[in-house]
Design a protein around this ligand. Structure first.
Ligand SMILES: [Zn+2]
Ligand SMILES: [Zn+2]
Length: 350
């Protein structure tokens, strides 16, 4: 099968690999869509904490089951050959404390497809029994696989907004209007927040956000964020800040934009060494602020995300701005890294 293999930083190659077999108790999938994540771009450029080489990248996957081990009791009756499914990329033990508390993304033994085991930028994917028993979400047969591939990044946003307790009536500031910022905006809207402000400086992204979300979009190179916040909602600040780009300074000045009781979620992964100095504990104390983080998503977040996208409760088709075949994966990576549009998806039928 054809697969995009990252062999070292900067070295992503299309290889012809032996077809994988369906593992005992597992299944074999034909990949129908696998979206390019900011993390894939980062991994190709400079590696990643959880990456092991050589690696077939890709963790935002939708595929069709072509073979399933019928002896697998859990899959029997629920999943069958021909089913279209979305995959949570984690492979967790399903027995430890975090797994039993529905936080399987915190499993100490987790493996992540596309990071430390092979992922979806390939024609075929072998799914283990662990994945089949909790990480696979059945999709309606007529859904656009590229749209459904947004379920994993949306699930990460659900996790982040859960960590930051985003709720009805909140005023939410999203730093960065790329694919993740856009999904955060749609999700915050669904949560019934009072006001969403997204910072973004690229005109194409500003246009897309303005026409498909209720967010106010601010170009921080043109106007001061403080004055926009003051004009839009008085001097009370925002309840929640979500970082959706690593190109943001998380410091006392940023924390001052939070109203008392405010929460900030460090969603976008900072570079090694960044922000490992002192933090302003006085403002955390006096204003009762919460700093939280989010990394990836649990299987239950994927389940909710797949439902939100396929039911149309979240309308995210406009976020897919590029589709390519696996053979042209370079085009997908350059569309994402040039940031002219939003999300690129490698599709199995192109
Ligand atoms: Zn991702
Ligand atoms: Zn576990």
């Amino acid at each position: 099968m054809l697969a995009a293999v990252l062999k070292a930083p900067g070295l992503l190659e299309l290889d012809d690999l032996p077809d994988p077999a369906a593992p005992r108790g597992g299944a074999l999938l034909k990949i129908k869509a696998c979206a390019v994540c900011g993390t894939d771009i980062k991994m190709r450029e400079k590696g990643h904490r959880d990456l092991v080489y050589p690696r077939v990248l890709g963790h935002e996957m939708v595929g069709r089951i072509v073979e399933i081990d019928a002896s697998c009791g859990l899959a029997k009756g629920c999943l069958a050959e021909g089913d279209l499914v979305q995959i949570w990329p984690g492979i967790a033990c399903r027995r430890c404390g975090p797994c039993l508390r529905q936080a399987d993304n915190r499993c100490p033994d987790i493996k992540i497809m596309g990071f430390n085991c092979d992922g979806g930028f390939a024609e075929l994917l072998a799914l283990t029994g662990q994945s089949l028993s909790g990480g696979v979400n059945l999709l309606p047969g007529n859904v656009d696989p590229a749209l459904a591939a947004l379920a994993e990044p949306l699930a990460c946003c659900i996790n982040g907004q859960e960590q930051a307790c985003v709720s009805k009536g909140d005023r939410v500031l999203i730093l960065g209007g790329g694919p993740i910022g856009a999904l955060h905006a749609l999700l915050a809207e669904l949560h019934g927040v009072e006001k969403i402000i997204v910072t973004e400086r690229l005109p194409a992204r500003i246009r897309l956000l303005k026409s498909h979300t209720n967010a106010s979009v601010v170009d921080p190179t043109e106007e001061s964020l403080e004055s926009v916040l003051a004009a839009e909602m008085g001097c009370n600040g925002v309840d929640v800040i979500l970082t959706a780009t690593p190109a943001v300074q998380v410091d006392g000045d940023l924390l001052r934009l939070l109203s008392p009781g405010g929460r900030i979620c460090i969603f976008s992964g900072p570079a090694p060494g960044d922000y490992q100095e002192r933090i302003d504990l006085r403002s955390i104390h006096y204003h009762e602020l919460t700093i939280t983080g989010a990394y990836g998503c649990a299987s239950r977040h994927n389940r909710s995300a797949a439902e939100l996208l396929t039911s149309g409760m979240i309308k995210a088709h406009w976020i897919v701005t590029k589709r390519t075949s696996l053979a042209r994966i370079e085009d997908a990576f350059s569309h994402s890294s040039q940031r002219t549009g939003l999300k690129s998806v490698v599709c199995g039928n192109l």
